[in-house]
Write a protein that binds this ligand. Structure first.
Ligand SMILES: C[S@@+](CC[C@H](N)C(=O)[O-])C[C@H]1O[C@@H](n2cnc3c(N)ncnc32)[C@H](O)[C@@H]1O
Length: 306
């Protein structure tokens, strides 16, 4: 019985990975972009991935450390908004952080605009927490208060401009849980990083961001080397089983990597799900359900331990 179930699951996965199933080695490398994701689609990528995530977990906690909209006039590129609007509405708890007062106001308006849970669709009551101020301080506070339960499947977006996220914050998030760690999706600037580091006056900021003085070496490295070095740190320093830098491109020329989003996770299926989300152009609504079912069938299940 168990063998049959395993075979069925692997047959399903065979059809679900037309682009090639990720293997252990490939997971450590920057992926070639057969269908690149443009900067303006970053929020869509996050929302697409989290739809797959929640179809497996049936619940979840979403942390967004830099949650205000980068372009308030383009609400469809605002990650927190897309995640809150996304269906099924099974994420139960949200922690949204923002330092800019006007953007905090936008987050409050977003929260006020949320519909009541639809009981017919078994939507749970939601808790949406908004924190005004420095996310580095506030995240440490909510982690110290044990606001997230060990069994809550938790995803954290760290969508900084360039160097606002302290390495100590990343470490605290990574250390919080026993079992599968909090999943991270970390913004790593690329195109403007060397220039920005060269012009940097606040060396202490860079030190806090990178966690040591090695940030000075980044300027002389190639983009892919930098991204892989960072992914390696997520694996070796923070202990994540998988960490993959996903390149996000400039739509104008189609070949410039503007930044990477490093996805760090302990769950064996999560990198495959991100692969699907990244190639969303080839996923139909029907395939969404199939992907979720296939991963659900593949032990160990994410539920309760991500
Ligand atoms: C790149 S934007 C985030 C974009 C957003 N994720 C979106 O989808 O549009 C970075 C945000 O972080 C905020 N920010 C900068 N430093 C911060 C800090 N230390 N703590 C919290 N928020 C901060 C900025 O005001 C800005 O709204």
């Amino acid at each position: 019985m168990a063998t049959k179930k395993k075979q069925a699951s692997s047959t399903k996965q065979g059809t679900l990975f037309p682009l090639g199933a990720p293997n252990a080695k490939a997971q450590t490398l920057v992926r070639p972009a057969t269908r690149p994701v443009w900067t303006e689609n970053k929020a869509k990528l996050i929302e697409t991935y989290l739809r797959l995530f929640v179809m497996i977990t049936h619940h979840g906690v979403y942390i967004d450390a830099f949650a205000g909209p980068q372009q308030p006039d383009k609400p469809d590129t605002w990650a927190a908004r897309l995640v809150l609007m996304s269906k099924p509405r099974w994420f139960r708890k949200f922690f949204l952080f923002e330092i800019d007062k006007e953007k905090v106001q936008l987050l409050e308006e977003l929260r006020a605009a949320q519909p009541a849970p639809d009981k017919k669709k078994k939507e749970p009551k939601r808790e949406i927490n908004i924190f005004a101020g420095d996310a580095n301080e506030a995240i440490l506070r909510i982690l110290n208060e044990r606001s997230i339960r060990m069994k809550d499947a938790t995803f954290c977006l760290l969508d900084q401009h360039t160097n606002q996220c302290d390495w100590a914050t990343v470490q605290a998030l990574a250390r919080y849980k026993t079992g599968n760690k909090i999943e991270l999706f970390y913004f790593f600037a690329n195109k403007w990083l060397p220039r920005s580091l060269a012009a940097l006056k606040d060396r202490e900021r860079a030190r806090k961001w990178w966690g040591n003085d090695d940030w000075e070496k980044l300027r002389d490295m190639r983009p892919v080397e930098r991204a892989e070095l960072l992914a390696e740190r997520f694996r070796t320093e923070l202990g994540y089983k998988h960490a993959v830098p996903w390149p996000i491109y400039d739509k104008k020329d189609g070949s410039t990597i503007m930044f990477f989003m490093v996805h760090a996770t302990d769950h064996p299926a999560a990198t495959g799900l991100m692969d699907r989300a990244y190639h969303k152009a080839v996923i139909s609504e029907k395939d969404f359900k199939q992907v979720a079912m296939a991963f659900d069938a593949a032990p160990p299940s994410r539920g309760g331990s991500s």
